[in-house]
Design a protein around this ligand. Structure first.
Ligand code: TYD
Length: 416
């Protein structure tokens, strides 16, 4: 395969002032040439595949970590969107639990990025509104009886919803806010539609865990921002909201569930201070922490290539488990193609029979590919390691092994 990555870029730190002449943003990580992460392709689409340079920067003003090149949302969130939130048992239980928790105190809910309705299905159809720009999923929640707006979340939409439905008790979003480029517009839209004592609850992978675990694969086109509590509170506060509570979650490799309310509410839970202190201890409010993160990312790449190359030389069959968006970042950054990973297995019907973005490794169903011939399986879906190791106990019992890069590159067997 032709090597499409950019190699040898030595200039890691670029300082510049944005077009308002206001903020200092510094690039600290370059993850090379990357494709659209959710663009699982057929062979005839290889030639026209779109690539961009995935660079990551720190905003010294807000402390927000973001990618430098924002991809047009319509290239990612369209009628062919493949990520189905109800794909895993862990996530189904997760959304049932948060629905029960919120319903103890609130009635009317609006969900931003409602996907296949995995959260909303626990709410009465008359009390819940879905906002989902991916037409295929918007159709599903509409058919389930939920009033669904197949649109992106904007102030314009919030104004329309205010007239039609009034203010909301709860606005909820899971793994969605970090997808949105313009956070000021997003938070202003929430502020507009929220009751005075309403709560905005949203959860996304946490920057604290990304840095601590060197899980750089959380960085890709769909995740233009990686959130610390510190940065989020800065951004929310300049838009009339503030963080009142933080819950640390284990899902998606470590996420934070943020509870935000209007600035007029004055009860701040201890968890907000605790999380901010913890982040400061890791240095997430300073650029230097990200420079050392970059060194760990480069080391992770070296170690992973070394391990996969050694296993290949030993004649072992290595596959990848879960055609995740995250593994797209890893494969393209490390230059891992079908020479090192025989194929990828995934339970998602829409991914099966296709190829991974960029490195073009074939994807098959677990029934077809997760058989006795497999010696090692790289955990693309490492965030589900518990669920997967329980499900695949037979593989482990017969001596099969998983490979992960989190928190460092290693082989894991029965001792998970
Ligand atoms: P996900 O965790 O959402 O990661 P990302 O956001 O990086 O894509 O995706 C998990 C993928 O792994 C999804 O395509 C389904 C697949 N999967 C399996 O193939 N088998 C499993 O047992 C589990 C839990 C997931």
């Amino acid at each position: 395969m032709i090597d499409m990555r950019i190699i040898g870029l030595k200039e890691f730190t670029k300082n510049y002032i944005n077009d308002k002449g206001k903020y200092m943003k510094k690039t600290f990580l370059r993850l090379g040439k990357q494709p659209i992460t959710n663009n699982f392709l057929t062979k005839h689409q290889f030639e026209d595949e779109y690539f961009y340079n995935l660079d990551v920067q720190f905003d010294t003003d807000t402390k927000l970590v973001s990618i430098t090149k924002m991809i047009d949302p319509e290239m990612m969130f369209n009628d062919e969107y493949v990520h189905r939130a109800s794909q895993s048992i862990t996530m189904c239980k997760h959304f049932e639990d948060i629905s029960n928790q919120l319903q103890k105190r609130h009635k009317k809910v609006l969900e931003i990025g409602s996907n296949d309705g995995v959260f909303l299905k626990h709410w009465n159809t008359g009390d819940a509104i879905a906002v989902e720009p991916c037409g295929n999923f918007a159709k599903e929640t509409q058919e389930m009886g939920y009033k669904t707006y197949a649109e992106f979340w904007t102030q314009e939409l919030a104004n329309k919803l205010l007239v039609k439905h009034g203010k909301q008790d709860v606005i909820y979003a899971a793994n969605c806010i970090c997808h949105i480029h313009d956070l000021d517009d997003t938070f202003r839209a929430v502020e507009l539609l929220l009751e005075e004592d309403g709560v905005f609850v949203f959860e996304d992978p946490s920057l604290f865990n990304i840095v601590k675990n060197t899980s750089y694969d959380q960085i890709y086109d769909e995740h233009p921002h990686m959130f610390s509590v510190i940065a989020l509170d800065n951004l929310l506060q300049r838009n009339g909201l503030q963080i009142v509570k933080v819950e640390n979650l284990s899902v998606h490799g470590g996420s934070n569930r943020i509870f935000a309310m209007k600035l007029s509410q004055d009860v701040i839970h201890e968890s907000v201070y605790q999380n901010k202190r913890q982040e400061e201890d890791l240095g997430l409010d300073k650029f230097e922490a990200f420079e050392s993160f970059t060194l760990r990312v480069e080391n992770s790449k070296t170690e992973l290539i070394k391990l996969l190359t050694t296993l290949k030389q030993q004649g072992k069959k290595v596959i990848s488990y879960g055609a995740t968006y995250k593994s797209t970042t890893i494969f393209n950054y490390c230059g891992i193609d079908s020479d090192l990973i025989a194929y990828v297995t995934d339970t998602t019907l829409d991914k099966q029979g296709k190829y991974t973005p960029g490195m073009h490794i074939s994807i098959v169903s677990p029934e077809q590919g997760f058989d006795d011939t497999v010696d090692y399986a790289f955990l693309g879906a490492w965030n589900f390691v518990k669920e997967i190791s329980t499900k695949e106990s037979e593989f482990l019992n017969r001596g099969g092994k998983f490979i992960t890069h989190v928190p460092e590159v290693r082989i894991i067997g029965e001792n998970i």
